[in-house]
Design a protein around this ligand. Structure first.
Ligand code: FAD
Length: 261
């Protein structure tokens, strides 16, 4: 598999960091595989993370300022700022999007969260499709980014055991669920299992070789691996419009796993 377009969104303030090294490694591997790679290095770009009225070039209308309706109007009329438009273009160009970041307080760095907040506009990532008693939008498996893949490559200080089923931090797939399911599957991306590097304060040359060997395999299989089998909202498993899982779907428990087939 070659000739795919791959967009890496990278969030770390230090180019010589582990995250910087993993990003560089991914670019090298993907290009050697014959893919086309574009990187958004958010700190180097001095990405504006906070959403405010300056994001929507709407001539002072829409007062008091409302983010959702401003986003809707600005996206529909081409009045988003150029930095956001450039990222939207990269997303539409991409066959796969890779997010490379350190786990900070059980989530992504603020600059990356701000990239999502500003780039995932109304009409693009949410508010897409019919919203009625019969259908509640094109989302969770449908939407603008359908047909594209996503991968999180995350580094964590904690040990893999800390993030295991009985680990004190909670299972890593649950911690990342708001990103994999709530943010990426939502606008239609097929999300593959996250690549997580644990215990990052104890990395020497040998360990780095092991980590990159595993990352290489992950990247080689980016378009071959089965995505996480999240349930598609409009495929019959949910009551519309309340969006509860139907009673006849026989699955135990109440955790995030119930939203996987
Ligand atoms: P670095 O500190 O740059 O490097 C880590 C190690 O990798 C170093 O030993 C370095 O020498 C080595 N390395 C880097 N590049 C190479 C290379 N090319 N070859 C060989 N070795 C290399 N952790 C959690 O588990 N959960 C949390 O909720 C959490 N919250 C945090 C919140 C904050 C605000 C911060 C600052 C940290 C938090 N951490 C948490 C820890 C964080 O996840 C780690 O610090 C981070 O993942 C390390 O990634 P890095 O790129 O900054 O690594």
């Amino acid at each position: 598999m070659k000739d795919k377009n791959i967009f890496i969104v990278y969030a770390h303030p230090e180019p010589r960091s582990l995250n910087g090294s993993l990003k560089n490694f991914s670019v090298e591997v993907l290009e050697k595989l014959g893919h086309h790679v574009v990187v958004s290095d958010l700190y180097a770009m001095q990405w504006k993370a906070e959403v405010d009225a300056d994001d929507f070039l709407l001539d002072g209308r829409n007062k008091p300022f409302k983010v959702v309706s401003s986003s809707k109007e600005a996206y529909a009329t081409g009045k988003l700022t150029d930095d956001v438009k450039a990222e939207l273009k990269k997303l539409l160009w991409a066959d796969a999007v890779i997010f490379q970041f350190p786990l900070w307080w059980f989530s992504m760095p603020a600059i990356l969260k701000g990239w999502i907040d500003r780039v995932f506009a109304y009409g693009f990532a949410y508010g897409v499709g019919e919203h009625s008693d019969k259908k509640w939008g094109d989302r969770y498996g449908e939407g603008t980014l359908k047909g594209r893949r996503a991968l999180l490559s995350v580094t964590a200080g904690g040990w893999s055991e800390h993030y295991s089923e009985r680990g004190i931090n909670g299972p890593i797939d649950d911690i990342l669920f708001p990103i994999t399911h709530g943010t990426l599957f939502y606008p239609g991306l097929d999300v593959v299992k996250s690549f997580v590097t644990y215990k990052t304060d104890k990395i020497d040359g040998d360990r780095f070789v092991d980590i990159t060997a595993q990352l290489r395999v992950k990247l080689e299989n980016l378009f071959l691996e089965e995505p996480i089998p999240f349930r598609i909202q409009n495929a019959g498993d949910y009551n519309i419009p309340v969006l509860t899982l139907k009673n006849e779907i026989n699955i135990q428990g109440r955790g995030f796993h119930i939203h996987q087939r």
